[in-house]
Design a protein around this ligand. Structure first.
Ligand code: AMP
Ligand code: GLY
Length: 448
């Protein structure tokens, strides 16, 4: 059984926080947490990017899952009241189970068994099927023969997915049978995904606009956040390979109030009920990847963490005290939260390093961050969230990953936020920098 106890704990007057994770999503969370009047010391990982380092104290040790004892000692020594977990890998490793220790310390993020929704897609499908949640229909296979028979029996285009965590690389969206056969063979015979791909899910390929719907969940209360739209493909016009996400905006007009209520009623409520029937309580942020098909919204996948770059776009418009909201979620008191978003829209354009997503070039000095942040009119703002940046020898950050800076603009509507973010992204310079120029374009095309 995995059921965190209910702890109606008050938020400490000065709440010390450790933020686990080193990327753009974590910089955005830390940026908003720092604005809380209740924030005490904010600690960040030793591998954190430059933006995170500028906001917090660097923890003396890295998060080594094999050395939990030392990390626990650090949390105790520094009286960390709240640990906020960014990446799914830590949740899958049981981070929340290990360090959630009320009343001394809470962890924002679900337990290992609750986050199985993300780290085992085959299990997730079973749960959704048992709960009658609309989703891409499919089946799971561990044997190649069965997988190939299934592919050969289907006429429609398919998607082949490794069941485990593959850092966004385990999904093949196929146009024909030959691609599906190749993807299944690569996973089950050549073991290209290692243990993560010893079981695969083969499912129908859905068509329609894709949206990211995130909700805070404390086991009882579901708080739907403004829906976002990510742009996963590398190139303008949605061409090229899938990436971790090249840019996102919110709110998306595709998720009208009615659509969002339908997704809450038909996806979030039954999924959480199904988990509860398994005696699993979910506390944290639940993120549904949804395709809006002609037959209504259908689930592609669940993530059990904030999205990247969705979070950059959400934090730029988050109104009120994020620290309080995360605390109330982790302590089972989300019904007392007060969450809303600034009106208008935000758009995050991710500036990437040459070679991303295959082999990004790293080590290049980055300039133009201040120039980017100085753009925008009186009611607008631009924030540069660091992702793959590291301290350089001089006072200038250098590139250290594929997605380097998430240039995020807030403006009156999606069109203006997109225009401003794109203009600001052009101010960021390093060798080989590139970004998409059409974040938000899919919806702008459909509403004009
Ligand atoms: P996932 O990691 O499951 O989100 O998959 C990565 C991307 O592949 C998604 O964001 C979609 O763009 C695409 N995808 C995944 N499953 C499907 C599906 N059943 N039909 C169409 N596209 C899909
Ligand atoms: N942007 C998609 C994700 O975070 O998985």
């Amino acid at each position: 059984m995995s059921k965190p106890k209910n702890h109606p704990l008050p938020l400490p007057a000065k709440c010390n926080v450790f933020i686990a994770g080193t990327g753009g999503r974590e910089h955005a969370l830390a940026w908003k947490l720092k604005q809380s009047p209740r924030i005490g010391k904010l600690w960040v990982d030793p591998k954190a990017n430059v933006g995170l380092r500028q906001l917090g104290e660097v923890c003396p040790q890295s998060l080594d899952p094999k050395n939990k004892f030392h990390f626990k000692r650090f949390l105790e020594k520094e009286s960390i009241h709240l640990v906020v977990v960014g990446p799914e890998t830590l949740l899958a490793a049981g981070f929340a189970d290990e360090y959630h220790d009320p009343p001394n310390r809470l962890v924002f993020g679900p337990t290992k068994s609750a986050s199985k929704l993300e780290w085992d897609k085959a299990w997730c499908k079973q749960v959704l099927r048992s709960a009658g949640v609309p989703m891409a229909e499919g089946r799971s296979f561990s044997q190649l023969d069965g997988a190939l028979n299934y592919i050969n029996s289907r006429e429609d285009p398919l998607v082949v997915k490794a069941t485990g965590l593959c850092a966004g690389k385990g999904v093949t969206v196929c146009d024909n049978k030959a691609q599906a056969i190749a993807a299944a063979t690569a996973a089950l015979e050549a073991k290209v995904y290692g243990d993560a791909g010893t079981t695969i899910v083969i499912e129908e390929r859905l068509h329609g606009q894709e949206i990211s719907v995130l909700a805070l969940v404390d086991g009882k209360t579901i708080w739907m956040l403004d829906a976002c739209q990510d742009h996963k493909q590398l190139g303008d016009g949605d061409i090229g390979p899938n990436t971790g996400g090249m840019g996102a905006y919110s709110p998306t007009p595709l998720a009208t109030n009615d659509v969002l209520r339908m997704i809450e009623r038909d996806v979030f409520v039954p999924t959480l009920d199904a988990l509860r029937r398994e005696e699993i309580e979910f506390r944290g942020v639940l993120f549904a990847g949804i395709i809006l098909t002609h037959g209504g919204p259908k689930v592609l996948e669940f993530n059990c963490r904030f999205g990247d770059p969705e979070t950059q776009s959400l934090m730029a418009r988050w109104r009120g005290d994020l620290l309080e909201s995360l605390w109330l979620t982790a302590s089972g008191q989300l019904d007392q939260a007060n969450i809303s978003f600034d009106s208008g829209a935000s758009c995050c354009v991710v500036v990437c390093a040459a070679g991303y997503p295959i082999k990004p070039k790293i080590g290049d000095p980055i300039s133009g961050i201040d120039a980017a942040q100085s753009l925008g009119g009186a009611q607008e703002k631009v924030i540069c969230f660091h992702a793959g940046t590291a301290p350089g020898n001089a006072a200038v950050p250098i590139t250290s990953g594929g997605r380097v800076i998430g240039v995020t603009a807030v403006a009156a509507d999606v069109a203006q936020a997109s225009r401003l973010a794109t203009q600001a992204a052009a101010k960021i310079h390093f060798e080989g920098a590139f970004f998409r120029h059409d974040i938000g374009g899919r919806v702008l095309k459909s509403i004009v």
